[in-house]
Design a protein around this ligand. Structure first.
Ligand SMILES: Cc1ncc(C[n+]2csc(CCOP(=O)(O)OP(=O)(O)O)c2C)c(N)n1
Length: 371
C-alpha cells in the first residue's frame, strides 16, 4: 500500500502544493494526511466538487501554479460544468490535477448508488478529454507524479489520477472534536419517536444507514426515503414531497456537509414557505460518513442563514432533552422551520447498510404516503 505521506511528497516534488476537494472514503487517509500537514490556506475543504475546481482555477490565475482537486467519483458530476466551461483546454486552459476515488469499480462489490458511476468513470474522463492514470497499491508514486507534471506542462489543462480501493495505507487524523455530546444514532432514535407518522427523508451516508436500522429496531415497516446518493439534494427532494403532499408533515434529515454542498436550496425552500416542512440539520461539523474530515459547520451561523433564507423559526439542541423540547415547540409552528441538532462525530462499528434495494425503498415510501 502507498503511505499517503509518500504520495503527497511525490506531488509536492512536482510543484503541487495546494489542495482542495470534498472527501471520499477511499481517499480517507490521503485527506486526513493533507488536513494534518498543510496550513489552512493551502488546503481547503470545498462545499462541493465544482467549487473545488473553481478554487483551483482561481489559485492558478493568481499564482500560475497548478492545484490538486480531490473527490469521490460521485462528485465528478458536480465538476462537469466548470471542467468543460472554465478549466477546459478550449476555454481558459487551467492546469490542475484531479485525484478521484474510484467507488464502484467494475468487478468489485459496492453499494447500488456507486455501481453505474463506477462503471462510467473512465469513460466520463475520456469524454471530457482528460488524460488519466489509475493508481493502485502497486503504483510507483514518483512515476505517476512525473507523468502528471509532463501532462500538465504539455496540455495546460486538467489531468486525473483515478484511485483504486485499498491503495492508501491507513493514516489517522489527529483532530479531536468537543463539539457536542449526543451521538447521531441517539438523536435519530429520538427523532423517529417524535416524527410519528411524518414523511421522513434522510441524507446520504450513515444517517440513512442508521435510519434504516432504527426503523427495523422499532419493528416498523420501512417507509423513509433514504437518499443513498445525490449528496446535498435531500432538502430539495423533501421540498418536492412537501409541495406534493401539503397536508402531511415532512421531516428532512440533513447533514452539515450535505447542507453546505448545495446550500442554495435553502432560500428556495424559505421563499416557497411549505408550512409542513421541518428541516433537521444533524451537525457534527464533519464529513463523518467518509472519515470525519472537518467542515466549517462549527463556525457557521445556521440560525442567521435559516432565518435570512425565509425559514419561519430556528431552534438548536445539544442534548436529547433539548431535542424533545425544541421539537415540541417547532411542531406548533408553521414551517418551514429548522432544527439544528449538534452531535458528536462517530458511529457504531457494526452499522449495517440497507438490505432493500433503492427501488424497493422508493415503493415503500410511496406506499406509506398512499396508505
Ligand atoms: C457528490 C458527492 N460527493 C461526495 C460524496 C461522498 N460522501 C458521502 S457521505 C459524505 C459526507 C456527508 O457529510 P454530512 O452531510 O456532514 O453527514 P455525516 O457523514 O457527517 O453524517 C461524503 C463526502 C458523495 N456521496 N457525493
Amino acid at each position: 500500500m502507498i503511505a499517503p505521506e509518500n504520495f503527497v511528497l511525490a506531488l509536492k516534488k512536482v510543484g503541487l502544493n495546494f489542495f482542495t476537494g470534498v472527501p471520499d472514503s477511499l481517499l480517507k487517509s490521503f485527506c486526513a494526511y493533507v488536513d494534518d500537514h498543510l496550513p489552512s490556506g493551502q488546503h481547503i475543504t470545498a462545499a462541493n466538487e465544482g467549487n473545488a475546481v473553481a478554487i483551483a482555477s482561481g489559485y492558478h490565475l493568481a499564482t500560475g501554479k497548478s492545484a490538486v482537486v480531490y473527490m469521490q467519483n460521485s462528485g465528478l458530476g458536480n465538476t462537469i460544468n466548470p471542467l468543460t466551461s472554465l478549466a477546459d483546454k478550449e476555454v481558459y486552459q487551467i492546469p490542475m490535477l484531479l485525484v478521484i476515488g474510484w467507488r464502484g469499480e467494475p468487478g468489485l462489490a459496492d453499494e447500488p448508488q456507486h455501481v453505474k458511476q463506477g462503471r462510467i468513470t473512465l469513460q466520463q474522463l475520456d469524454l471530457l478529454e482528460i488524460p488519466y492514470q489509475v493508481l493502485s497499491d502497486q503504483s510507483n508514486v514518483y512515476d505517476i507524479a512525473n507523468w502528471v507534471q509532463e501532462q500538465l506542462a504539455t496540455t495546460g489543462a486538467p489531468v486525473a489520477i483515478v484511485v483504486k480501493k485499498n491503495t492508501f495505507a491507513s493514516y489517522k487524523s489527529s483532530r479531536n472534536s468537543d463539539f457536542a455530546t449526543m451521538s447521531r444514532e441517539e438523536a435519530l432514535a429520538q427523532i423517529l419517536e417524535l416524527a410519528g407518522e411524518a414523511l421522513v427523508v434522510s441524507t446520504t451516508g450513515k444517517t440513512s444507514r442508521e435510519v434504516f436500522e432504527l426503523r427495523k429496531i422499532r419493528q416498523e415497516v420501512q417507509r423513509d426515503f433514504l437518499t443513498v446518493g445525490s449528496m446535498g439534494h435531500t432538502s430539495s427532494i423533501a421540498l418536492g414531497i412537501a409541495l406534493g403532499q401539503p397536508l402531511k408533515k415532512v421531516v428532512c434529515l440533513d447533514g452539515d456537509g450535505s447542507m453546505l454542498m448545495h446550500m442554495g436550496a435553502l432560500p428556495i425552500i424559505g421563499s416557497l414557505k411549505p408550512d409542513n416542512f421541518l428541516h433537521v440539520l444533524l451537525n457534527n461539523a464533519s464529513h463523518e460518513s467518509v472519515g470525519g474530515q472537518p467542515t466549517v459547520a462549527d463556525r457557521t451561523n445556521f440560525k442567521s442563514i435559516a432565518l435570512a433564507s425565509g425559514y419561519t423559526q430556528y431552534a438548536v439542541a445539544t442534548t436529547v432533552q433539548e431535542l424533545k423540547t425544541a421539537w415540541t415547540w417547532l411542531a406548533e409552528c408553521k414551517g418551514p422551520t429548522m432544527l439544528e441538532v449538534r452531535i458528536i462525530p462517530g458511529s457504531r462499528t457494526d452499522l449495517g447498510r440497507p438490505t432493500t434495494t433503492p427501488i424497493e425503498n422508493k415503493h415503500a415510501f410511496m406506499a406509506w404516503i398512499q396508505r
